[in-house]
Write a protein that binds this ligand. Sequence first.
Ligand SMILES: [Zn+2]
Length: 259
Amino acid sequence: MGFVKFLGTAGARYVVGKQLRYSAGTWIELAGTRLLLDPGPGTLLRCRRSRPPLDPEALDGLILTHKHLDHSTDVNVMLEVMAELGHKGKKGTLMAPRDCLEGGDPVVLRYVRRYPERIEIMEEGKAVEIQTVRITPVRHRHGDAETYGVILESPEGQLGFVVDTRFFPELLERYSGCDLLVLNVVRREPTPEIDHLSLPEATEIIREARPKLAVITHFGMTMLRAKPHELARKITEEMGIEVIAADDGLTIQADRWRR
Ligand SMILES: [Zn+2]
């Protein structure tokens, strides 16, 4: 059965730097296809330490939503492991925004680009298929970094990942129809000068999108201090949609989001 495993749930610089939560990515397994979203610091380590084990050599694709360090530092080593260790040759797909690959400061090193079979530059609405999963990027607004959320369609359901972004109204409709909706919620309260979602904004998206299950993750200090589990329980009670606050290592099986 498909599942999503949160190898890390850290959001802001402070939480990542102190490793108050791990900053590894999210493992997604859907209808036999294995993907990893946002390989931040410690992703390879958290895969290898995972119980039951998650083998990065078995990955079919890496999705990089934007170039910021907490999302991208392990992308190079993960590309190498995905292709070279078990397979010894080109393997897998990398999806990434253009500024991760081009311009003056690309985070994907040129010499590792020979490892994946395919590199897909993300564009708003341009779907890419990786085996059984169809992945559609949704353009976000997140400072200077070109950033995309993703919608994953598969025989095991439709999953939405609302990654780093400031709130804007189009988010409400773009993510409707997802069975599982995962949202990066860095801030407890809206902070206009910071391009991150706050809890009230994430709650509005969940209310409009009406997923079967929502997971909040990628927490900054203001969220951690406010106890994410209690906040999630309150939203669940108010809205009648189940909301879970992710912990490092949280695994959600597909039967939790199937309608
Ligand atoms: Zn970011």
